[in-house]
Write a protein that binds this ligand. Structure first.
Ligand code: MRU
Length: 374
C-alpha cells in the first residue's frame, strides 16, 4: 500500500499535472499542523527548499536535487553546449551547498550531470534526458524503499512469532519515513509492511530535538497510516530498553560507509549504545544511494553538518491556531547545533537494503553489492 494523507495517495515530490516545468513538494515545515503544497519553478527556489528544510531526509533531498537539475536544464543558456553544461555544473553546486552529510544529494547531482553530458542531441533532447532522470531517481527511491519494507518485515515477523503474537515494540529516531524519501520510507517501511499484514506493532517515536522530525513528522505519518505509536522525548529510550519495552530499533541513515559506519540524525549513536548494552537488535535501513563507496572510516571522514543555533535555542509550535517560535534559553547563551553523528559498525546489528539484509561490515555490504568490489 502506498502512503496516504487523509485517504489520498501522495508522494513527497512530483511534477505538477499539465505543467511539467513546475515541481511540487509537501512543505514539511508546516507539518503536522498544516498540509501545504509548494510550487518550485527556479533553481534558487529548489536550493532554498533544500537548505531551509521544506524538504528533508536523505532520499528526498536526493530526489529534489534530481528535479532541481531538470529545472536547471530548462533555464540554462543555449548559446553553446559548453555554456549549457557550465550552468548545470554551477547549479549542481548550488543545490549541494548547505546539506553536506546526506550523500544522496551529491549522488543525484552527479547522476544527472553524467546523463546530460552523455546526451549528444540538441538542447530539447538534453532537457528530456534531465526530466527522465529526475523521474527515474524518484521512482527508484520509491521502489527501493518498498523492497526495504519487504525484506525488513521478516525481522518484525520473527519477533512477533517469538512473542506469540504480542505487540512488537520498535523504537525509531528522527524521521526516516516516507516524508524523508519519495514513498514508503526506510526505517518505517518494515513497520508499514508489518502493520499491513496484520502484525501487532507499536512504534516509540523519539521527538528528535532540535528540529523535532520525530514529534512532528514520524508521528504524523504513522498516524495517517493508522500505526499505533507514542512520541517520547529523546532521553527515554534507555529507560524503555532496560524495562523490556523495546524489541527492536530501526533507524534510517544519511550516509553509510561500505564498511558499515552509519551517519544519522544527532542522538542515534546514543540509542545504539543503549541498545547494545541491553542486547536489543539495532538495524539501519537504507537504499543503495545512501552508501558512500569511497569512505572507510565514518567517524573520521563523514562531514557533519552544523546548523544554526536558533534551532537549539528556540522551538516552533502551534499556539492559538498560529505557528509560532518561542525562545527557550537565555537570549545571550551561545548554543551549538551538530545535526548528525556517526554510529560505528560494531554497534549495528544489520543493514536492511533493497537487495536484502546484510552485516554492517565491508564483507556484508560488498556481498550484497559485488559490483562495487574494486
Ligand atoms: O536533517 P534531516 O531532517 O534532513 O535529517 C535527515 C533524516 O531524515 C534523518 O537523519 C533520518 O533518520 C535519516 S533517513 C533520511
Amino acid at each position: 500500500m502506498q502512503m496516504n494523507v487523509d485517504g489520498k495517495n501522495y508522494r513527497t515530490i512530483w511534477l505538477k499535472e499539465n505543467e511539467s516545468n513546475v515541481v511540487q513538494i509537501i512543505d514539511q515545515r508546516s507539518l503536522p499542523h498544516r498540509f501545504v503544497i509548494e510550487d518550485l519553478t527556479t533553481v534558487d527556489e529548489v536550493a532554498r527548499a533544500i537548505k531551509d528544510m521544506h524538504v528533508r531526509g536523505a532520499g528526498l533531498i536526493g530526489a529534489t536535487a534530481g528535479y532541481g537539475m531538470y529545472i536547471a536544464a530548462l533555464h540554462a543558456p543555449r548559446d553553446s553546449d559548453q555554456a549549457f553544461l557550465d550552468q548545470l555544473v554551477a547549479d549542481g553546486e548550488k543545490l549541494k551547498a548547505n546539506r553536506p552529510t546526506a550523500v544522496n544529494l551529491e549522488w543525484s547531482v552527479k547522476r544527472q550531470l553524467d546523463a546530460i553530458s552523455a546526451c549528444d542531441g540538441d538542447f530539447e533532447a538534453k532537457i528530456r534526458v534531465a526530466k527522465d532522470m529526475a523521474q527515474t531517481i524518484a521512482d527508484e527511491d520509491s521502489e527501493f524503499c518498498r523492497r526495504i519494507g519487504e525484506h525488513g518485515v521478516a525481522i518484525i515477523e520473527e519477533i512477533s512469532q517469538r512473542k506469540n503474537g504480542e505487540v512488537v515494540n520498535v523504537l525509531t529516531h528522527c524521521n526516516a519515513g516516507w516524508l524523508a524519501f519519495v514513498d514508503y520510507g526506510t526505517a518505517t517501511a518494515p513497520v508499514y509492511a508489518a502493520y499491513d499484514r496484520g502484525i501487532k506493532v507499536h512504534v516509540w517515536v523519539d521527538e528528535t530535538r532540535p528540529r523535532n522530525q520525530g514529534a512532528s513528522l514520524t508521528s504524523w505519518e504513522l498516524g495517517q497510516h493508522g500505526v499505533p505509536h507514542a512520541v517520547i522525548v529523546d532521553n527515554v529510550g534507555g529507560h524503555l530498553m532496560q524495562h523490556g519495552m523495546v524489541d527492536l530499533v530501526i533507524t534510517g541513515t544519511d550516509r553509510t560507509t561500505y564498511t558499515g559506519d552509519v551517519a544519522n540524525k544527532i542522538g542515534t549513536y546514543l540509542k545504539a549504545l543503549a541498545a547494545k548494552d541491553n542486547g536489543i537488535p539495532f538495524y539501519v535501513a537504507l537504499p543503495s544511494s545512501t552508501f558512500d563507496w569511497e569512505i572507510r572510516d565514518g567517524v573520521k571522514e563523514i562531514p557533519i553538518e552544523e546548523r544554526d543555533a536558533t534551532e537549539v535555542k528556540s522551538i516552533k509550535g502551534l499556539h492559538d491556531g498560529e505557528l509560532k517560535r518561542v525562545l527557550l534559553t537565555p537570549e545571550d547563551s551561545p548554543a551549538v547545533n551538530y545535526a548528525f553523528d556517526v554510529t560505528p559498525a560494531r554497534l549495528v546489528t544489520g543493514l536492511i537494503t533493497e537487495r536484502g539484509i546484510c552485516a554492517a561490515s565491508e564483507e556484508g555490504v560488498l556481498g550484497l553489492y559485488p559490483e562495487k568490489r574494486s
